[in-house]
Design a binder for this molecule. Structure first.
Ligand code: SAH
Length: 600
């Protein structure tokens, strides 16, 4: 809930506007402001205060508990000019809230968190738990000084700035991405410390006495699954002691556990439910039949009799981590000192698996050209990626939107197959990849060759874009008001006979037709032929819209007719939309009625 506090009449009006815009999301706190702020701070996840920043600082100061607990606080001035993210920019969501409030009130969001302002993801905003000296490592990143990246395996993270790299000099601050413990929180700059699981130092140490300890922060990927089995009534404490020991003895971090996993029959077993809640992870379950089919190193007769599978812990861990590896084979709770009273049999088993790395492939349509026709979701995916793959001119179009350090893989016209393969290969390596294309990435574009290559081993996200036919239609009027079809006139990959057959079918069924790839210097025969086929079924006065370079520099369009269309005005950055037999020209615009019944 978002608590809203206001002190003056103007503030209360703005508060009411915000509350009206977000029904069910807000609670307005009336009365004396000091008391209102105190109550809202205690009861709400976020606050919007229509108060001066100074007043708000004084009121919340005595209430502060810590970054992880405090709500995000946004201050708005009475004139509604600024929405200031005052407190809890990342953890409290105040930066994002300031942007939302600004949208509603027509204000300017003010965000001072250094990582946001610099376009660099805060280490605490990557969606992963982070430990260690986060402030020092973040500062080094912001300063652009070298930070040594020490990643077990690549996970699909957004781009990290170029100063974060595997070969940064010894003694640099360290950013680890790992589900393993073992390294001390403050890694030495290449000292002889054999306990560190970082790579051994290459050269001689800079400092005469072994060098000062460098600050280190560790990001914990959600990479581990703990499979658990429990007899009826197994105490949560026994489950937790076993899970924690299984992780600790294998040098694995509990912060990287993504889920506990067991058999369906144990979905409501209180000890398991409670243990999952304590660890802050979901308890997932699988049917016994599924678990029985998972090959495991240590099957046994007891669970087979009780729940119908020869393995619960190992099989559930592996079932929740397809393609992953078993790191800790089955352990009984009696193997943990003190977990089980003397003489009593073990009531639980646990095993740990590591999920296979799953890369992320986003298929991102950039729209026809203009920046404001690029969707916010496309923008977010571009900033989520660490590699952007695309035709050079499209990558150029969005270069300023990428995070510093984003790798780009650009290629020229015609290299579609190779671009698609590159994008899928990089995603398979575990990276966050955005494959970009103009308009919609699935319309005569890269999505199909990419997905023809992609397997189940990567996550795929599609972001729709405004395709050329729609951008052109908006310029031409309302040509697509009834059934319509898109036909590409490029016979590079499709035989002309097939294209011709489709144009004829469209002509016969009276569909509005938009031609993509209509005409190029070496390919000028197709458009007149296609228009000829349509002319055999439609009157010479049928409206035709020609739209070139829509929403780009040099944009041009005209509404003409089948009889008068001048094909020399058409090139490869043009779409041509031909109306159906009902399409009319009204005030210079192309209008296709929604149907005869509508017109009466
Ligand atoms: N994926 C793109 C289409 C790629 S095919 C989309 O969804 O829009 C390339 C063809 O699209 C071009 O030959 C042209 O016919 C059309 N096109 C793309 N952008 C255009 C624009 N800005 N204005 C007019 N036509 C465009």
């Amino acid at each position: 809930m978002i608590g809203i506090v206001a002190a003056t009449a103007a503030g209360r009006r703005a508060a009411a506007d915000l509350a009206a815009a977000w029904p069910g999301r807000t609670a307005v706190y009336d009365g004396p402001v000091a008391e209102a702020v105190r109550r809202a701070f205690a009861e709400c996840g976020q606050l919007v205060c229509f108060l001066a920043t100074g007043a708000t600082v004084r009121l919340v100061a005595p209430l502060l508990a810590g970054k992880a607990e405090d709500p995000g606080v946004v201050c708005v001035d009475e004139a509604r000019r600024f929405a200031v993210a005052l407190l809890g920019g990342h953890a409290g969501g105040a930066n994002a809230l300031a942007a939302e409030v600004a949208d509603v009130l027509g204000a300017q969001p003010v965000v001072t968190t250094a990582t946001d302002a610099a376009g660099i993801p805060g280490l605490d905003a990557l969606g992963l738990p982070v430990e260690g000296d986060v402030a020092a490592v973040t500062r080094a990143v912001l300063d652009g000084s070298p930070v040594r990246l020490d990643a077990d395996r690549t996970r699909p993270l957004p781009a990290l700035p170029p100063c974060v790299r595997a070969d940064a000099p010894a003694g640099s601050p360290v950013l680890r991405i790992s589900d393993r413990t073992g390294g001390p929180d403050r890694a030495t700059g290449g000292g002889p410390d054999g306990a560190s699981d970082g790579p051994p130092a290459g050269g001689p140490d800079g400092g005469p006495d072994g060098g000062a300890a460098a600050p280190a922060a560790v990001l914990r990927p959600a990479s581990l699954v703990v499979g658990v089995g429990a007899s009826r009534g197994a105490p949560a404490a026994e489950v937790l002691a076993l899970v924690r020991a299984a992780l600790a003895d294998a040098g694995l971090s509990a912060a990287s556990v993504a889920e506990l996993s067991t058999v369906d029959a144990k979905a409501d077993e209180p000890g398991l439910v409670e243990a999952a809640r304590t660890l802050g992870v979901p308890l997932t379950t699988h049917p016994a039949g599924v678990l029985a089919a998972v090959p495991v190193p240590n099957p046994s007769a007891a669970p087979l009799a009780a729940v119908g599978t020869p393995s619960v812990a190992e099989a559930a861990a592996l079932a929740s981590a397809p393609g992953g590896e078993l790191l800790v084979p089955k352990r009984l709770s009696t193997s943990v000192p003190g977990a089980v009273p003397d003489g009593r049999a073990a009531m639980c088993t646990a095993a740990v698996a590591r999920r296979a790395v799953r890369g992320r492939l986003a298929l991102v349509g950039l729209g026809p050209g203009a920046r404001d026709l690029l969707t916010p979701r496309a923008r977010a995916e571009l900033r989520r990626a660490s590699v952007v793959v695309g035709l050079d001119q499209y990558v150029d179009q969005v270069r300023d939107l990428l995070r510093p350090g984003t790798r780009t893989e650009e290629s020229g016209l015609g290299a579609e197959e190779e671009r698609a393969r590159t994008a899928v290969r990089l995603a398979r390596e575990g990276l966050a990849v955005a494959l970009v294309g103009s308009g919609d990435a699935g319309v005569y574009a890269m999505a199909s060759p990419a997905l023809a290559e992609a397997g189940e081993d990567i996550d795929v996200v599609g972001v729709p874009g405004v395709t050329a036919a729609l951008a052109a239609a908006a310029l031409l009027g309302a040509p697509l008001g009834h059934d319509h079809v898109a036909i590409s006139l490029s016979d590079l990959h499709t035989p002309w006979e097939v294209i011709e057959r489709r144009v004829r079918a469209a002509a016969e069924s009276d569909l509005v037709v938009t031609f993509y790839n209509p005409r190029s210097r070496g390919r000028d025969r197709q458009l007149p032929a296609a228009l000829g086929i349509l002319a055999a079924h439609r009157a010479p006065g049928t409206p035709v819209g020609v739209a070139r370079a829509v929403s780009r520099p040099g944009e041009w369009h005209t509404v003409t007719t089948l009889a008068d269309v001048d094909v020399t005005t058409v090139d490869m950055t043009t779409v041509v939309t031909v109306g159906n037999t009902a399409t009319r020209r009204v005030a210079g615009r192309m209008v296709t009625p929604r149907g005869y019944r509508w017109q009466q």
